[in-house]
Design a protein around this ligand. Structure first.
Ligand code: T5A
Length: 211
């Protein structure tokens, strides 16, 4: 069996945290070993980089610095955790990965896709998720949901135009790579969202059963 690398993506307040727990449960119930992790973060060094990136006090971080910090954390994550885990036949479920960089640093900040692709190639050496679940919902609805929680971090403090560009970038990726990226309409009730997720998961879990 080849271990699968699954990522979860979406805008602010899309419900990733809520859905991640459900996906984890479903995969584990299928008897598959699973490692759950997140980006930026997932390693000791990566979590320190995350603190810098999310801290609203760091208002002076340049867009280029932000981009390279995302990939610095990712390089550490891939080498220390993701690759070593996948070779032991353990699946990896990651809360955000490089699609978030194309959406936030690319769409949101306006850094060119070519520049991001150069770093992706260098850091990932061709490794991509096998499956990505993109939780999509209108920006204002996501911000309303996110607003019910604690004070906003550096990204949650961005304006609506930034969020709209980020959402469009995610949807562009999904239309370019429909085999890998499955759109989940997360504007619906949690029950409905989870059943959309189950539909996609059943496919990958059945593949394993029959393989
Ligand atoms: N980032 C990350 C980049 O800019 N570039 C990169 O390359 C990477 C990897 C941290 C930030 O880093 C940026 C993007 C991010 O801003 P994060 O930790 O994933 O990333 O932070 P958030 O996106 O802020 O994720 P959160 O965990 O904070 O939000 P979620 O998980 O999307 O939302 P969640 O599950 O907490 O739900 C929000 C609220 O909505 C409710 C929940 O109960 C909760 O109260 N809810 C629903 N309500 C009604 N119906 C539903 N279907 C609901 N689903 C959830």
């Amino acid at each position: 069996m080849t271990a699968k690398f699954i990522t979860l993506e979406g805008g602010e307040g899309a419900g990733k945290t809520t859905c991640l727990k459900h996906i984890e449960k479903r995969i584990k119930e299928a008897g598959i070993d699973l490692c759950v992790t997140r980006e930026p973060g997932g390693t000791r060094t990566g979590e320190k980089i995350r603190e810098i990136l999310l801290d609203r006090g760091n208002f002076d971080i340049l867009d280029e610095t932000e981009l390279m910090l995302m990939f610095a954390a990712r390089a550490q994550h891939l080498n220390e955790l993701i690759r070593p885990t996948l070779v032991t036949d353990t699946w990896v479920l990651c809360d955000r990965f490089t699609d978030a960089t194309y959406a936030y640093q690319g769409g949101g900040r306006g850094i060119s896709s070519e520049r991001i692709a150069e770093l992706e190639q260098w850091v990932q050496q061709g490794l991509k998720p096998d499956l990505t679940l993109l939780l999509d919902l209108p920006v204002e609805m996501g911000l309303k949901r996110a607003g019910q929680r604690s004070s906003p971090d550096r990204f949650e403090s961005e304006n609506i135009a930034f969020m709209e560009r980020m959402r469009s970038s995610y949807l562009e990726i999904a239309s370019r790579e429909p085999e890998r990226v499955k759109i989940i309409d997360s504007s619906l009730t949690l029950e409905n969202v989870l059943s959309q997720i189950d539909f996609v998961l059943n496919e990958i879990l059945n593949e394993v059963d029959s393989g």
